[in-house]
Design a protein around this ligand. Structure first.
Ligand SMILES: CC(=O)SCCNC(=O)CCNC(=O)[C@H](O)C(C)(C)COP(=O)(O)OP(=O)(O)OC[C@H]1O[C@@H](n2cnc3c(N)ncnc32)[C@H](O)[C@@H]1OP(=O)(O)O
Ligand SMILES: CC(C)C(=O)C(=O)O
Ligand SMILES: [Mg+2]
Length: 518
């Protein structure tokens, strides 16, 4: 396995993207995290761009040990001198000089002829080399540059002293096949190209930045330029974590190995996200919240049998400590049973179908089922206090300065559907009255009402506890739902069911029940 250099440009190309500006202390913190992760080169900034950029490069050059610290410069003597000055105290400095070479950039932007590009390249690289033994040259927009001319420019840069030639796909235009071929061509046709390091710098305008970087490696690149989370100009740069893990997971494909401590990838990604305030998309490869999460029942079953069924790398290998098994509407019996067992809520086989049905019903209403939701499911099922009345549906309306109304539809174990309506002081009172009327209860009063959130979030379940008084005794009912009025209806019906069950077993004494409080 040959070593490959990981050149991180999060602090330069990454910071160029709108919304990703970082402050000095934040840059230093990120640079230290990159150094601990084992990146070979940190491009710390573009010193000529602003006094702040100059100071950031200087601070990182002075304060971060380990990696080479690179500073970017145009083919302008003042830019190159600024890079030299910012790197003055650096143990491993690199000046990175660039100049666009494609016809589009030459004619429309730089307004320079080919021979002027060659001259400026020579002068710029030689100046940088007179200051620093490590000089990188980038022919900007290389992938849209005429091949012969690109070869001439690279030759000129190598002869002027460049030790790394970086081939940027500045606008994300190339394809993997074309880029691999370009690197092979440079290695075979440009004198001295095999004596220096060839590097790839890809942008993601067509979503091909990582694929193109990997293709460049196959073509002979031994340095790849990339950013954490793939941030950078427009659609971004190639994502560091994706390149590194592709090399790790498929070494036989690329034949190179990086020095990155992959266990630090997730932490570095999160640090960047926290600094910039820009969240990592959940489906982002390697570092996204869902990168190792499974909700689908078939996948969860496979994972429970053997993790390799649906994972090509372990979460530990990238430092992922997030949720793995997410219970939701797509989950199946295997995953539910396994989670309940983990929580210490083993459910008997004969009860499991009921718990699973209640789980699916809740999952249709709630995006994610959390452990507290499972506890509620198990507790509701274990109480066994479900009948004889069941709430089919309800509707309430209420508003400022007007009575609330509630209509309810119920079924009874031994009777057809019943519909009733009532008004009250608020939707809970109206629902209480409608339920009393529908179930033909002649006495009983709602004396206390308490609502609590079972879990957090906008679709959290509410737990409603009601106390109802009848014949000098207080009966307690509990209901759960993502809608608190519905949870109230379930809680009230829980009490009414206790009354009915009590009157069936001992009608004349009004016997105490499981839900009774004194
Ligand atoms: C592909 C890349 O990512 S390249 C890096 C891009 N990054 C940045 O541009 C961020 C930092 N840039 C800046 O702060 C500013 O653009 C500065 C300070 C560098 C220059 O600012 P200004 O002098 O006001 O010039 P402005 O940005 O408007 O235009 C760029 C100038 O650089 C010239 N230029 C562009 N690239 C190069 C180059 N590689 N070598 C020499 N000159 C170049 C342009 O032709 C233009 O020259 P002109 O002013 O003579 O017309
Ligand atoms: C400065 C160069 C390397 C660059 O960022 C690009 O061409 O995308
Ligand atoms: Mg770039």
């Amino acid at each position: 396995m040959e070593p490959i250099k990981i050149f991180d440009t999060t602090l330069r190309d990454g910071e160029q993207a709108p919304g990703f500006t970082m402050r000095m202390g934040e840059k230093l913190q990120l640079a230290k995290a990159l150094a601990s992760m084992g990146v070979d080169v940190i491009e710390a900034g573009f010193p000529a761009a602003s006094p702040d950029d100059f100071r950031a490069v200087q601070t990182i050059a002075d304060g971060v040990a380990g990696p080479t610290i690179a500073a970017l410069a145009r083919c302008h003597s003042s830019d190159i001198d600024a890079a030299r000055d910012a790197l003055a105290n650096c143990k491993k400095p690199r000046i990175h000089v660039f100049l666009a070479t494609s016809a589009i950039h030459r004619e429309h932007k730089l307004k320079l002829a080919k021979d002027e590009i060659l001259t400026r390249t020579r002068i710029g690289v030689a100046r940088a080399r007179s200051y620093c033994a490590d000089v990188e040259f980038s022919p900007e927009d290389a992938s849209r540059t005429e091949r012969d001319f690109l070869g001439q420019v690279i030759d000129e840069a190598i002869r002027a002293g460049a030790t790394t030639i970086n081939i940027p796909d500045t606008v994300g235009y190339t394809t993997p096949q074309e880029f691999e071929d370009l690197f092979r061509w440079i290695g075979e046709h440009v004198p001295g190209a095999r004596e220096i390091t060839l590097s790839a710098h890809c942008h993601d305008d067509l979503g091909l930045a990582v694929a193109n970087s990997l293709a460049a490696i196959r073509g002979g690149a031994r340095q790849v330029e990339c950013t954490l989370n793939g941030i950078g100009e427009r659609a971004g740069n190639a994502a560091l974590e994706e390149i590194v893990m592709a090399l790790n997971v498929r070494p036989e494909e690329y034949g190179v190995t990086s020095a990155i401590d992959t266990k630090r990838l997730v932490a570095a990604s999160r640090l960047l996200s926290r600094i910039t305030g820009i969240p990592v998309p959940p489906n982002k490869a390697i570092v996204g919240k869902n990168a190792f999460a499974h909700e689908a029942g078939i996948h969860q079953h496979g994972m429970l049998e053997h993790a390799s069924t649906y994972e090509i790398m372990t979460p530990e290998s990238v430092g992922f400590d997030g949720e793995r098994f997410v219970l939701g509407k797509h989950s199946g019996r295997h995953a539910l049973k396994s989670r309940l067992n983990e929580l210490g809520h083993g459910v008997a086989d004969e009860d499991f179908d009921a718990v699973f049905a209640a789980f699916k019903e809740l999952a249709d209403r709630k995006r994610e089922i959390l452990d507290a939701d499972l506890e509620v499911l198990v507790v509701s099922n274990a109480s066994g206090a479900t009948g004889p009345w069941t709430l089919l549906s309800f509707h309430t309306s209420s508003g400022t300065g007007r009575l609330s109304t509630s209509t309810v539809s119920l079924t009874h174990e031994t009777a057809p559907e019943v519909d009733e309506a009532a008004t009250g002081d608020g939707p809970v009172d109206a629902t209480f009255r409608a339920l009393m009327r529908a179930t033909q209860q002649t006495s009983g009063a709602l004396t206390d009402f308490h609502v609590a959130s079972v879990t957090l979030g906008e679709d959290a379940q509410g737990q409603v506890t009601v106390d109802c008084e009848r014949g000098g005794r207080t009966y307690r009912g509990v209901g759960y739902s993502t809608d608190i009025v519905e949870a109230s209806a379930h809680a009230i019906l829980d009490v009414i069911n206790q009354w009915e069950r009590a009157s069936v077993t001992a009608p004349e004494q009004g016997m105490a029940t499981a839900g009774e409080t004194h």
